[in-house]
Design a protein around this ligand. Structure first.
Ligand code: FES
Length: 580
């Protein structure tokens, strides 16, 4: 006698995986017998949602070293809730070790996730990521597959320490490297910094791309409320992983899919959050790409509009003073949401089953210096601004809170480097006669030119100027910049120089005007001269002419379009695989 289903809305026959496991045929016999090959009994998997734990653990990803344990904890939650967990390794994107840049492979991982979710008997997925590009890659892939998914954020590492001073990932590396260039820091101190700056598993603990993007995942509603701020080694992080497993089973039954969550309003919530956090400029590229996967039209101008009216209230480096551990203790992202409620769409659904407003509930802030009241912000506006002008017809971005204020309105002569090796070779050439007034230009560092739009945008200050005490200059490139970086760096210039964008036409000595308040960047050269230079310009040769590199070069879009592959950006749904 078949047992009675106590909850008819939870009909096992409707599970996606039932197509693999339920039929009384030869193919399903193979699927069941091979589950038993792994030591499972029929009771372990029969009529249960199959939850894939997509694990981006690797010895080469230093930010995810706790993921083996977290995967087990997520599985515990799946078992508790009556699901069947399976762990699936996914290519990791290690910000530290991948060259030319992890960004080059974001879309490859998104493809892997999409196709993995599609081709296997998976009813729901736990997406385990944190190190920078792993976050958008996993969510982009899951959104294209549109299979119920919950994002499990890696959590920030503990704060660094050097001789009693707090160290922040990235930000303090650049700061002390500049001091070393200026001759103020010896080898011993530099080695001590190496020992103290990364002291536990977890992603960078400043408001870099990882902290920004895991917060975006929570603001979009695809992570559990409060999850993104929990430090990686906190016991609450283990409990959160188990909760993700339990919840994944529920969303499999409820068929709560990424496209149900990633609506235009949810993206507005993410942008508001990005601005209030003083988040990484990388968020612009990733959110546009993620929106494309969800069929939501998002442009860079939306970031500028929201930036205008959103105060920066998270006092986190590089825009502020603290790091993520302090942010968590001060109330975390939910605490921050409680202060910007009126900027958010509170009725957006989340993967928790509650609306965003319900998730915020009576969350509080416990330290007003770490999470500022809105009337005492770090900046009234300006998490990220979008600039335009004849140098960047399709836009470019700057993070004003991370710049020296006097440089935000500046006119100075260009010094041009045609690519990164050229800059490395000549930056310290004293015959260039560089002063703080110069504007450093780096060409051919964009999506196609570099390739991969690497994080070169915080171009180094020449040693001679460092020794004179200079710590910031106007720097312009078609590259990105690490979220942990700072300075008056104009980034993502679009279209990029390698495809003939105006940045390719700049020459030494041209005057460049930057006026951030008016959102302007102007190359002060006449149209006729620019036309002449364009007629002389030759496109650089494509560097990689086979395999993935060839696909990348043919399909990649520009920074203002999200740098997704054209054939992945949106388009029709892929049908379910046939099972014969
Ligand atoms: Fe992994 Fe910074 S290196 S997040």
């Amino acid at each position: 006698m078949p047992s009675e289903n106590p909850n008819p809305s939870r009909d096992p026959a409707k599970l996606r995986s039932a197509r693999w496991f339920a039929p009384d045929d030869l193919r399903s016999f193979g699927h069941r017998s091979r589950a038993k090959q792994m030591g499972y009994d029929t009771e372990d998997f029969k009529d249960k949602p199959i939850v894939a734990i997509l694990n981006t653990w690797s010895d080469l990803n230093t930010c995810h070293t706790h993921f083996r344990q977290r995967a087990e904890e997520a599985k515990r939650g799946v078992w508790q809730a009556g699901g069947f967990p399976v762990e699936v390794p996914i290519m990791t994107l290690s910000e530290t070790y991948m060259k030319p840049t992890s960004m080059y492979y974001r879309n490859l991982v998104a493809m892997e996730v999409e196709e993995t979710l599609r081709c296997y008997p998976i009813d729901a997925a736990v997406l385990m990521g944190g190190c920078d590009k792993t976050v958008p890659a996993l969510i982009m892939g899951a959104t294209s597959a549109n299979i119920p998914s919950i994002f499990l954020p890696a959590g920030p590492m503990l704060k660094g320490n050097w001789r009693g001073e707090t160290l922040g990932s990235g930000s303090d590396v650049w700061k002390f490297w500049a001091e070393r260039g200026a001759g103020n820091l010896g080898c011993d101190a530099w080695c001590e910094l190496e020992d103290g700056i990364a002291r536990s598993p977890g992603h960078c603990m400043t408001m870099g791309t990882a902290s920004t993007m895991t917060s975006m995942a929570e603001a979009l509603g695809i992570s559990l409320p409060g999850s993104s701020s929990i430090p990686a080694v906190h016991s609450a992080h283990s409990r959160m992983a188990t909760h993700c497993g339990r919840r994944a089973v529920e969303i499999a039954w409820d068929q709560l899919k990424p496209r149900d969550l990633l609506t235009p309003e949810a993206f507005d919530n993410a942008i508001v959050t990005d601005m209030a956090l003083g988040g990484s400029t990388n968020a612009i590229i990733h959110l546009i790409a993620m929106a494309g996967r969800a069929g939501v039209k998002l442009t860079i101008d939306r970031f500028d509009e929201i930036s205008h009216r959103t105060p920066v209230i998270a006092n986190i480096r590089p825009s502020g003073d603290y790091v993520m551990e302090d942010f968590y203790d001060a109330g975390g992202l939910l605490g921050m949401f409680s202060r910007i409620r009126e900027h958010l769409h509170l009725d957006c659904p989340t993967v928790s089953g509650q609306t965003l407003g319900e998730c915020i509930g009576d969350a509080e802030v416990f330290d007003d210096d770490v999470i500022r009241p809105v009337d005492q912000p770090i900046a009234k506006a300006g998490g990220t601004f979008v600039l335009r002008g004849n140098l960047a017809p399709d836009g470019c971005v700057i993070k004003p809170t991370a710049a020296e204020p006097d440089l935000l309105k500046h006119r100075g002569p260009a010094v041009v480097f045609t690519d990164y090796p050229d800059m490395k070779a000549r930056l310290n050439d004293e015959s260039l006669g560089l002063t703080r007034d110069h504007v450093i230009i780096l060409q051919n560092a964009g999506p196609i030119g570099a390739p991969g739009i690497p994080e070169w945008g915080m171009l180094p200050i020449p040693d001679k100027l460092l020794k004179e005490g200079v710590r910031d200059m106007v720097r312009i490139s078609d590259a990105r910049m690490s979220g942990t970086s700072y300075g008056t760096c104009v980034l993502h210039v679009s279209p990029e120089s390698a495809i003939g964008g105006p940045l390719a036409l700049v020459r030494d000595g041209d005057m460049i005007e930057l006026d951030v308040e008016r959102r302007k960047m102007h190359l002060d050269v006449g149209d006729e001269e620019l036309e002449y230079r364009r007629s002389e310009w030759k496109a650089p040769e494509t560097k990689i002419k086979r395999g993935y590199g060839q696909l990348y070069a043919e399909q990649i879009t520009q920074a203002h379009e999200g740098c997704d592959f054209r054939f992945l950006h949106d388009g029709p749904e892929t049908p379910e695989p046939e099972i014969h």
